[in-house]
Design a protein around this ligand. Structure first.
Ligand SMILES: Cc1ncc(COP(=O)(O)O)c(C=O)c1O
Length: 384
C-alpha cells in the first residue's frame, strides 16, 4: 500500500491544498514586513494578516480579531500565558493529561512559588469532576487541554469553563489536539485564553500558531517577549493594546499566509471535513478495539463521542517500540511510540515508563488505510 501516515497528532500531513502555494507566493511576490513599511505592498500584506486573524476569531467565536495573537506555536502561546499570568502565591489547577508544553512551564513556576494542583483522572484519562467546585476556591486559573494527545479523550471543557467564569477564575485551554477538528466556542465554553498550533488540525505549516485572549485576561498578562512592534515607538514600554502588546519582533508572515490558505480551505469544506475526520477517528478506534482480545489494550475513553482522532495502544505481550518499528519497516505505517511529551498522562493510563504506540488520523486518511493498519497490527499480534 506504500506509506501510510498515521501521525497527525504530531503534525498534519499532507497540509491543506493551497498552503505550499501561499507560502511560496508570499516569499516570491510579497516578501516585505508589515507595520513598518510605508508602501502599498506592506499595507496589502497587513490587510491579509488581519483577515487571517478574523478567520481565526470567527472559528473559535473569540472576542475579536485583535485578540488573536500570533506565536510560533502552541508551546510559545502556553508559555506566554502561564508565565505571563501566574505569580508567587497563585494557585493553578491542571490535569495529569497535559502535554509538557504545559507541565514544564508550570514546573518552572512552582519554583517561583506558584501552587500547582493536579485534578484527578480515571485510569482512562477522564477528568473526575466531583469536588472541583471546592478546589476552584482561591484558584487564579484552570489550565486544561481540550483533547489529550495520548488518550485521545476530550476533556469536559464545556462544563468547566462556565464554573470558572461564575467564580472569576481564568480558564485557559490548550487546543493543540482539537482546533480545526473539533468545534471550539470560547464564548459558550467560557474560555479566557486558547492556545493553538497552526500545523495540526488547522492543516497549516509548522512554526505558526497563536493565542486568543479575552480583554479581561490580556489586562492581567505580562508580555514575555518585548521589543519592536512598529507602533508607539516613542515609548520604552510595550504598547497596551492588542495584538501588539504580545507580538514583539517580525512576524512569521510566510507562516501566517500559509495558515491563511489552510483556513480558506477549511472554510470552503465547511463542517463536512470535521464530520469525515470524526468518522475516520471512530473507525480507527472501533477497528483497534476489535483486537483487545488478541493482546492489545486501547487507551482512553470508551465512549467514541468523547474521543479525537488519536488512538494509543499498548501491546501487552510485545515491546511497543519494536512494534512501532516493525509497523514502519514491514508495512510502511508511520506512528509514534513513547511517552508523547506527556509523562503524567502515561502514568495515569498505566503505560509508564514503557509508553504506547499512537495512531492518529487526519481528514486526508482513508478508511482503507485504517483497515490496512488494523490488519498489520493483527498480524504482529499473532507473531508476538
Ligand atoms: C496537547 C498538546 N499541547 C501542546 C503541544 C505543543 O504544540 P507545538 O509543538 O505546536 O508547540 C502539542 C503538540 O504535540 C500537544 O499535543
Amino acid at each position: 500500500m506504500g506509506s501510510v501516515y498515521l501521525d497527525n497528532g504530531a503534525t498534519s500531513y499532507p497540509k491543506a491544498p493551497g498552503v505550499a502555494e501561499a507560502i511560496s507566493d508570499f516569499i516570491t511576490n510579497v516578501g516585505c514586513n508589515i507595520g513598518r513599511g510605508d508602501y502599498q505592498k506592506a499595507y496589502d500584506a497587513a490587510g491579509r494578516v488581519l483577515e487571517v486573524r478574523e478567520k481565526l476569531n470567527t472559528l473559535v467565536h473569540g472576542p475579536g480579531p485583535r485578540n488573536v495573537i500570533f506565536t510560533a506555536g502552541a508551546t510559545a502561546g502556553l508559555n506566554q500565558l502561564l508565565k505571563g499570568l501566574l505569580r508567587s502565591g497563585d494557585k493553578v489547577l491542571t490535569s495529569p493529561m497535559e502535554h509538557n508544553a504545559v507541565l514544564r512551564p508550570l514546573e518552572q513556576l512552582k519554583r517561583q512559588g506558584v501552587a500547582v494542583e493536579l485534578l484527578p483522572c480515571t485510569d482512562q484519562g477522564e477528568l473526575v469532576l466531583g469536588g472541583l467546585e471546592d478546589k476552584l476556591a482561591g484558584a487564579r486559573a484552570v489550565m486544561l487541554c481540550h483533547g489529550s494527545n495520548v488518550s485521545g479523550g476530550l476533556l469536559p471543557i464545556e462544563k468547566i469553563g462556565p464554573l470558572c467564569r461564575e467564580r472569576g477564575v481564568f480558564f485557559l485551554v490548550d487546543g493543540a489536539q482539537t482546533l480545526g477538528a473539533v468545534p471550539v466556542d470560547m464564548e459558550e465554553m467560557g474560555i479566557d485564553a486558547l492556545a493553538f498550533p497552526g500545523h495540526k488540525g488547522l492543516l497549516g505549516p509548522q512554526g505558526i500558531g497563536g493565542l486568543v485572549v479575552t480583554d479581561a485576561l490580556a489586562a492581567e498578562l505580562e508580555p514575555l517577549i518585548s521589543g519592536g512592534t512598529g507602533s508607539q515607538s516613542q515609548s520604552l514600554d510595550m504598547p497596551a493594546f492588542l495584538p501588539d502588546r504580545f507580538e514583539a519582533g517580525t512576524l512569521n508572515l510566510p507562516g501566517i499566509f500559509g495558515l491563511g490558505a489552510a483556513l480558506d480551505y477549511l472554510e470552503g469544506e465547511g463542517e463536512a471535513l470535521q464530520v469525515r475526520e470524526r468518522k475516520l477517528a471512530g473507525h480507527l478506534w472501533a477497528r483497534l478495539m476489535e483486537l483487545e482480545e488478541d493482546g492489545l489494550r486501547v487507551l482512553g475513553p470508551r465512549d467514541p463521542s468523547r474521543r479525537t482522532g488519536v488512538v494509543s495502544v499498548d501491546f501487552l505481550h510485545a515491546d511497543n517500540a519494536e512494534m512501532a518499528f516493525r509497523l514502519e519497516q514491514e508495512y510502511g505505517i508511520q506512528t509514534r511510540c513513547g511517552l508523547h511529551c506527556a509523562p503524567l498522562a502515561h502514568q495515569t493510563l498505566g503505560t509508564y515508563p514503557q509508553g504506547a504506540v499512537r495512531f492518529s488520523v487526519g481528514p486526508f486518511n482513508t478508511f482503507e488505510q485504517i483497515d490496512y493498519a488494523q490488519g498489520a497490527v493483527y498480524e504482529l499480534l499473532l507473531k508476538s
